[in-house]
Design a protein around this ligand. Structure first.
Ligand code: ADP
Length: 484
C-alpha cells in the first residue's frame, strides 16, 4: 500500500528515551490517507505519563549533550541530513499518504526540511560570544552563549517534516534536548525523522517523539519546570492558550501562528510574473500554508487583466491523488477544512463576489476543492479577515498606494506579505510600511533555511532559520571577570 523501499521507516510507536514504545493504555490513533480515506497506520495515543518520561529522559540526556563539542553535534546533524536526502523518496511517499500533498511537493518538502538540518549543522559551529570593551581597568566583560536546556515542540500537519526540522535541528545544534508532539494527522513523517535521527547517532533522550492527546501532552510540556522553552507552529488560538499555560514557569517561547497575507499587484507590475507568483503563493499545498496569500489586492488599472490571466493559469492546475503523475493539487486535510472553505466562499458569493474560476467542491468528492478565483471581493466579506487555508484567491480592488497599504495592514496578523511593482521607489516605500515579518517583492516564494522566518502581531514571536534561528535556542550569559 505504501510501497516504501525501506519499510522500516514506517514506525507505529512513540520514540521515548531512545526506545520505541506503545502508549501505557495501549490505545492508538488511526492515521488516514486524505485522498482515499483508508487507514494507513496507527500510532500510540499517549498522554501525560509518557510525556513526563520523555521530559525526564531529555533532562538526563542534557547533562551529556550540552557538553559535547559543537563539532560533534554538527557531525551528527550532517549524518541526519544525509539520511534524510538518501531516503527522500520514501519520506515523500509517507508524507503524501498521510497529508495529501502531491508527491513532487512532498519530496520538495523533504529537501527543504533537510536543508534546515544541514544549515544548523553548519551554524552549530558559529555560536559565537562577545568580548565587550570594559569601562573598568581591572575587569573583563565576556558574553557566552549556552543552550537553553530542555525544549518542547508542538507542530502542525501542513508541513509534517519541515516544521519539525526547523525546531529540532537548531535545538540540537545549540546543545539542547527536545521532546516533540507532532500533529495527530501526520505523525508518520515525524516518527520517520526520529528513526533516521537515531541512525545518524543522536543519543537516546536527546530527541523524543510523543504522539497522542494534544491537550494532555501540551499540558505537561507547558507546566513542567524542567522544560525551559516551548516552540510551537499552529493556529493563533492554540498559540495563545499555550502561551498562557507557559506563564507559570516563564518559559522562553517561539510561536509561529496564523497569517492573513496580502498579495498586492500594482498597475506597474509585470502581470505575468505576478500571476506566476500568485499561483506559487496561493495554490501550493492546496492553499494550506501559513504564508499562503489570503487577500489579493489589485489596482484598478490592472484588475481585469490580472483576474483573467489568473483564472486561465488556475485552469491549468491538475487536481487529484498526490501520488498520481502530474497532479498539482491534492485534497484538503479533512472534513473540517473543506467545510470552512465552503462557508467562506458561500459568505463571499452571498455578499456579491463573483466566482471567475471554481467556487465549489471538486467532482472528485472527498475533500477536494476546485481551485478558485473570486472577483469583486470587499472588506465586508469574511475572507478579508479569516485565514482561508484552501485553494481560494479572493481579488479585492484598490485605487491608490496608500489605500493598498491601509488594506494590507488592516488585520490582526503580520506573517507574510507580497507585492509586485517595477517602480524602485515604490518598492522601498511599500516595503517599509508593511507591518509584516516577511515581505516577498516580485516573488511568491519566500521560504528558505537561510532567512529568518516569522511574524509580528498575532502571527507570533521569534524567528526560525538563519543564524537568528539558532539564537532562539541559546541563552546569553555575561561574565564579569574582576580582579585583573
Ligand atoms: P491547525 O489548525 O494547523 O490544526 P492547531 O493549532 O489546532 O492548528 O494545531 C497545531 C498543533 O497544536 C497540533 O500538533 C495540535 O495537536 C496541537 N494542539 C492543538 N490543541 C492543543 C492544545 N490544547 N494543547 C497542546 N497542543 C495542541
Amino acid at each position: 500500500m505504501l510501497n516504501l523501499q525501506d519499510p522500516t521507516l514506517l514506525r507505529q510507536a512513540c520514540y521515548i528515551d531512545g526506545a520505541w514504545a506503545a502508549a501505557d493504555s495501549g490505545e492508538t490513533i488511526a492515521v488516514t490517507n486524505p485522498a482515499t480515506g483508508e487507514t494507513i497506520a496507527s500510532v500510540p495515543r499517549c498522554g501525560a505519563a509518557e510525556t513526563e518520561r520523555a521530559i525526564a529522559a531529555a533532562d538526563q540526556a542534557l547533562k551529556t549533550w550540552r557538553n559535547t563539542t559543537a563539532a560533534e553535534r554538527s557531525r551528527i546533524l550532517r549524518r541526519w541530513f544525509d539520511l534524510l536526502m538518501s531516503n527522500q523518496d520514501d519520506l515523500g511517499r509517507l508524507m503524501t499518504a498521510e497529508q495529501g500533498k502531491p508527491l513532487a511537493e512532498a519530496k520538495g518538502e523533504i529537501a527543504y526540511a533537510a536543508a534546515y538540518v544541514e544549515w544548523f549543522a553548519e551554524e552549530a559551529k558559529r555560536a559565537y560570544g562577545e568580548v565587550i570593551p570594559s569601562p573598568f581597568k581591572d575587569r573583563q566583560i565576556v558574553v557566552t552563549k549556552e543552550p537553553v536546556g530542555v525544549c518542547a515542540a508542538i507542530t502542525p500537519w501542513n508541513f509534517p517534516s519541515a516544521m519539525i526540522t526547523r525546531k529540532v535541528a537548531p535545538a540540537l545544534a545549540a546543545g539542547c534536548t527536545i521532546v516533540l508532539k507532532p500533529a495527530e494527522q501526520t505523525p508518520l513523517s515525524a516518527l520517520a525523522l526520529a528513526e533516521l535521527a537515531e541512525r545518524a547517532g543522536v543519543p537516546k533522550g536527546v530527541f523524543s517523539v510523543v504522539t497522542g492527546k494534544a491537550s494532555a501532552i501540551g499540558g505537561v510540556m507547558t507546566a513542567s519546570p524542567i522544560v525551559r522553552k516551548l516552540t510551537f507552529t499552529g493556529s493563533t488560538p492554540v498559540g495563545k492558550l499555550l502561551m498562557a499555560q507557559c506563564a507559570g514557569t516563564i518559559k522562553k517561547l517561539s510561536l509561529e501562528l496564523g497569517g492573513n497575507a496580502p498579495f498586492i499587484v500594482f498597475d506597474d507590475a509585470d502581470v505575468d510574473a505576478a500571476v506566476a507568483g500568485a499561483i506559487a503563493s496561493k495554490y501550493r499545498n492546496a492553499g494550506q500554508t501559513c504564508v499562503c496569500s489570503n487577500r489579493f489586492l489589485v489596482q484598478d488599472g490592472i484588475y481585469d487583466t490580472f483576474a483573467a490571466k489568473l483564472a486561465e493559469a488556475v485552469a491549468g492546475l491538475k487536481v487529484g491523488n498526490g501520488l498520481e503523475e502530474g497532479v498539482t493539487q491534492g485534497p484538503l486535510i479533512d472534513d473540517a477544512a473543506i467545510a470552512k472553505v465552503e462557508a467562506l466562499v458561500a459568505d463571499a458569493l452571498g455578499k456579491g463576489a463573483r466566482a471567475v474560476s471554481g467556487g465549489r467542491r471538486h467532482a472528485l468528492g472527498r475533500t477536494w476543492y476546485e481551485p478558485t478565483v473570486l472577483a469583486d471581493v470587499t472588506p465586508a466579506m469574511a475572507v478579508a479577515k479569516e485565514e482561508i487555508f484552501g485553494p481560494v484567491a479572493p481579488l479585492f480592488r484598490f485605487t491608490t498606494e496608500d489605500e493598498a497599504i491601509h488594506m494590507a495592514n488592516d488585520t490582526e496578523f503580520g506573517l507574510a506579505a507580497y507585492f509586485y511593482s517595477k517602480d524602485h521607489a515604490r518598492v522601498w516605500r511599500v516595503s517599509r510600511q508593511l507591518e509584516y515579518g516577511m515581505v516577498g517583492i516580485n516573488t511568491g516564494l519566500i521560504s528558505t533555511e537561510v532567512a529568518p522566518f516569522g511574524g509580528v502581531k498575532l502571527s507570533g514571536i521569534g524567528r526560525e532559520g538563519s543564524s537568528h534561528g539558532l539564537d532562539e535556542y541559546m541563552e546569553t550569559k555575561y561574565l564579569a571577570l574582576g580582579g585583573l
